[in-house]
Design a protein around this ligand. Structure first.
Ligand code: NAD
Ligand code: UDP
Length: 398
């Protein structure tokens, strides 16, 4: 079926190279491209676990998807990367180390992955005249101006001090010993490189700044489909603890705020960016849902409520505990206080506005997690109960 973009132009099938396309966002984006469009996806990643359902032979989209298991960091002389970029119409770079626990414990890897490894991608896009959609982060804004004011200061409620705007807000990071900011700083550096290259070499680009997109397949549950010692992002941390009946840990009391956006709505924005180059080129877009702005404590309370409801258990069975960031993440951790996106630009250029409220999103996420992990959690409980009493297991800390 013919499809048309926002300017009424017929959408031509594109060959899209998705670097890091096997991750959380990539897997949802590839689903959308393969199920709902005629575009072809060339996926580069070190893992295909999250996209294996898309790589099955004999599916009706099979001829439109390729997976290349490539670690871009180890692709000496870019022998694999370069021809795949040359063969595409559009390049989308999603590859990154992007879980905060890594920012201060693996600062060098974080810096390289989010800046140095992306440089050849930009250069090949210039060399072969390919359009680039680069995934940056809302984290480039860092802390808000308001965070430096006393908590009860009259200016706290002035939206200019906290609403994050692509072309107005400053990027405020903590001091160098707060290695949390390695990620934000590396993302900012590559944004600046892309911006400069576009002025010098007419690189066609769009920068996407996601604001806490969440949904199924985000990260992993510790000790089940990921290492027990690794720390995923907050949705997976809280989900794992709920599944195991353990307290949800609130870092420094869970007072930081985040605006959560459902992945499938965010993917609609990405598709609009892909298919409306005349409106999206040369722009930076915040993509998030300011209506779903909560503190992490409120997120934990809502997840408990929804999980109790879905599993028909009393909410009083689930608790939260406060932990210090130093204990949870180690030294060097710091945090963004508030992250509320201004949505004027994407709304004006592409007419995108998300609608899904946080409670509905969390229900979808938790339903999915229960289905996905219930047998693994049951096996884990059964084997642990052979060694421990139930009381020790369910009340123990991690
Ligand atoms: P993700 O970790 O699920 O996906 C990243 C993918 O990149 C992974 O599949 C990983 O294997 C791959 N990758 C990493 N290093 C690689 C390498 N050297 N070679 C090949 N592949 C490599 O994370 P995500 O949430 O899907 O994020 C995708 C992008 O969006 C990242 O750039 C991230 O910084 C950005 N982002 C996401 C969010 C969000 O809300 N999820 C927020 C801000 C920014
Ligand atoms: N967080 C928390 N408990 C956890 C995991 C994370 O309180 O078990 C907090 C973390 O300190 C941060 C927020 O949740 O304030 C969001 O963290 P996430 O890792 O999802 O990524 P971020 O939004 O910081 O990039």
């Amino acid at each position: 079926m013919e499809r048309f973009n926002l300017d009424g132009e017929k959408i031509k099938p594109l060959t899209i190279c998705l670097i890091g396309g096997g991750g959380f966002i990539g897997s949802h984006l590839c689903e959308k491209l393969l199920y709902k469009t005629q575009h072809t996806a060339i996926i580069i990643d070190i893992s295909s676990t999250k996209i294996k359902h898309l790589l099955r032979p004999y599916s009706c989209w099979f001829g439109r998807v390729q997976f290349h298991e490539i670690n871009v960091k180890r692709d000496t002389l870019h022998r694999h990367l370069e021809p795949l970029i040359a063969a595409s119409d559009l390049v989308i770079n999603l590859a990154a180390i992007c879980t905060p626990a890594n920012y201060n414990t693996r600062p060098l890897d974080t810096i390289k992955s989010n800046s140095v490894d992306a440089i050849p991608v930009v250069e090949f896009c210039i060399k072969y005249k390919k359009r680039l959609i680069h995934f940056s982060s809302c984290e480039v804004y860092g802390k808000t101006i308001g965070s430096f004011l006393p908590k009860d200061h009259a200016l706290q409620n002035v939206s200019e001090l906290y609403l994050l705007k692509e072309y107005d807000s400053p990027c405020i990071f903590g001091s160098i010993d707060k290695q949390r900011w390695t990620y934000a700083c590396a993302k900012q550096m590559i944004e600046r490189l892309i911006y400069a290259q576009s002025a010098l070499h007419s690189l066609e680009f769009t920068i996407v700044r996601p604001f806490n997109w969440i949904g199924p397949r985000m990260d992993f549950i510790r000790g089940i489909d990921g290492p027990r010692e690794a720390v995923p992002r907050v949705l997976a941390c809280f989900t794992g603890n709920l599944l195991r009946g353990k307290p949800l840990k609130l870092v420094d009391g869970g007072q930081s705020q985040r605006s959560f956006c459902y992945i499938k709505e965010a993917i609609e924005a990405v598709l609009l960016i892909i298919e409306n180059p005349a409106r999206a080129n040369g722009k930076i877009f915040n993509v998030g849902n300011p209506e779903n702005d909560v503190t992490i404590k409120q997120l934990a309370e809502l997840m408990i409520e929804v999980y109790a409801d879905v599993t028909k258990q009393p909410a009083s069975k689930f608790t939260t505990i406060d932990v210090s960031s130093n204990n949870f993440y180690g030294p060097g951790y710091d945090d963004s206080d508030k992250r509320i996106p201004d949505m004027t630009i994407i709304n004006r250029e592409l007419g995108w506005k998300p609608a899904m409220r946080l409670r509905t999103i969390l229900k979808l996420c938790l339903d999915h997690a229960i289905n996905e992990y219930k047998s693994a959690i049951k096996n884990e409980c059964d084997s642990l109960l052979e060694f421990h009493t139930g009381y020790e297991y369910f009340s123990g800390s991690e």
